[in-house]
Write a protein that binds this ligand. Structure first.
Ligand SMILES: [Zn+2]
Ligand SMILES: [Zn+2]
Length: 286
């Protein structure tokens, strides 16, 4: 028998949005990035292809109808993905997932270290409002961090790097922002779906989020707990030499702009990404 699913008790609509909310961008013929309020999700697969399509990440709380509608706009009435793959389990990446699983009846995959946060076992650490950067950071204690429970609907990714529903892609472990954070990479064209390993907007700033001002940034500060790992993860992604990156927040970045900005982020990570003070940086040396 299938277990009942539930969101964390603190899940709720979060009234933060951007001018790009509800807009999408075809980054490659088979990669469509769609923004829900302030977070991106990706639909991977060409419309009308026989191999189907996959959803990567699942938006903000209360956004299921918008996601289903966008999927039907792109793939036709009754469009249904072959599965949902998660970069990590923060509320803004799984916000609509229960309604989506119920509507589509599809499997979900996540890194095994993220599974406890998706099966009601563990809460993420509290957001840290003391990191500098702006109003979104200060609002962050209001963000849900209690664990969602997807029961046996969520399955761990296999250790060989393959993704069951996404041929040609590999998952790469990019911890730091969360323990089981993964990014997805397609070697044939250098496409990278980076989740929150790094982002292209200063996510702590309400104004920059609102206007989606493009600016390379480390992972959102208020939720990042291991900055050494986070730095290492960004180096790993830069070394893949991606040609385009769709990040969890911010607009997609491509080609030279991406190469230059990622190099800068790796070289100046302590200046650009790591907060000067905060619950998860004090005591961090070397
Ligand atoms: Zn996150
Ligand atoms: Zn996020």
């Amino acid at each position: 028998m299938t277990e009942e699913m539930n969101y964390g008790e603190d899940y709720k609509y979060i009234p933060v949005t951007s001018i790009m909310s509800g807009k999408g961008q075809e980054v490659r013929p088979d990669i469509y990035a769609f923004m829900v309020q302030v977070v991106n999700l990706c639909m991977v697969g060409e419309p009308n292809s026989s191999t189907g399509w996959t959803l990567i990440d699942a938006g903000m709380p209360k956004s299921a109808d918008a996601i289903i509608k966008e999927a039907e706009n792109r793939f036709g009435v009754n469009a249904r993905p072959n599965g949902i793959v998660l970069t990590h389990g923060h509320f803004d990446h799984v916000g609509a997932i229960i309604e989506l699983i119920e509507h589509w009846n599809v499997p979900v995959y996540a890194h095994e270290l993220e599974i406890p946060y998706l099966t009601g076992v563990k809460s993420y650490p509290d957001a840290d409002p003391t990191v500098e950067g702006g109003i979104v950071a200060r609002m962050s204690p209001y963000f849900p961090n209690e664990p969602i429970n997807l029961g046996d609907h969520v399955k761990p990714l296999t250790s060989d790097g393959s993704v069951p529903v996404l041929q040609d892609w590999n998952w790469i472990h990019t911890p730091g922002h969360s323990p089981g954070h993964v990014s997805f990479f397609r070697e044939s064209d250098g496409a990278l779906i980076a989740g929150d390993a790094f982002v292209t907007v200063k996510q702590e700033s309400l104004f920059k989020v609102l206007v989606q001002n493009q600016e390379i940034s480390g992972p959102p500060r208020y939720f990042t707990t291991d900055w050494k790992q986070a730095w290492h993860s960004v180096k790993k992604l830069k070394d893949l030499r991606p040609s385009v990156a769709i990040t969890g927040h911010g607009l997609p970045m491509q080609d030279e702009a991406l190469t230059e900005n990622l190099t800068k982020l790796v070289n100046e990570f302590d200046e650009i990404a790591i907060p000067k003070h905060g619950r998860y940086v004090d005591g961090l040396e070397n």
